[in-house]
Design a protein around this ligand. Sequence first.
Ligand code: AMP
Length: 311
Amino acid sequence: MSLTVVGSLAFDAVKTPSGSRDRMLGGAATHFALAASFFDEVRPVGPVGDDFGPEELAILQTRGTITDDVEHVAGGKTFFWAGEYHDNLNTRTTLRTDLNVFEHFEPKLSPAAQDCDVLFLANIQPELQLNVREQCENARFVAMDSMNLWIDIAHDALVRTVKAVDCLILNDEELEQLTGAPTTVKAAEELLGWGLKAVVAKTGKYGAGLFTEDGYFFIPAYPLHEVVDPTGAGDTFAGGFVGYVAAQADAALDHQLFCEAMAYGTALASFNVEEFGTERVARLTGGEIAERVGELQGMTRFEIEALSLRG
Ligand code: AMP
């Protein structure tokens, strides 16, 4: 089994109420791979420049991630993103996006990456996502992310891409923007009508909702005393969610499986935000994840005695 992810490999500059970093390893595919590597052999696909050195490659290779499909563009510079978080940590301002080597990126997957069992299309141009999806025609499960930029400037291409995958993982507001629906529930219904098996609505520090043909499930974010840096939380969530599905090779792709995947995504994301960038997830252990999934299970389950109500 293997899990291919296409997306940004980046350097990030981040400012949060807890502090700042001028240049740290980031990128959607990086955060995804670090999380998903707990579940399966991961192959990130994406370009990097001369500034992406052995130290960054070593972090990406954590838990056996295979970097054969990381394309080194000679003379190029790695994708760079800078952002600043506001006091409530649920909103951020992008200060800078330098596409650099991503500007002329044409994904050419190795046969091993094409032969993946599960595929994740992290947030990049929808045309590139579709190109990769078509190269992995035997994938058992394909999930994707996107962002408001593509909804604004590449709506039709994004719709075509969404119709070619099994699962869409997006912020609740982006789901509404994509479909033009006034509520997340209506947006999810519309998207399930496009042929998706699952729609995940991320709601930042509040948690995430799952919609399938068989129902609805919501899980809160794991309660933390301090959030240091939310960068990559969404991709780490996706790494836990999609990684869990990849690890259950014989399980049916049904509501129950996706509910379990929500718990792993939530647990992984909660570790990611405890420190800057990849710092926390890079040295995380499977035992810590299992413990947090258990805590999430405990805090969301309740028994109740039937009470006869007045009226
Ligand atoms: P998240 O916080 O989950 O939205 O992911 C943030 C990560 O995505 C950062 O590490 C950035 O390097 C990367 N990123 C930010 N903007 C973009 C973009 N336009 N395209 C691809 N990756 C991006």
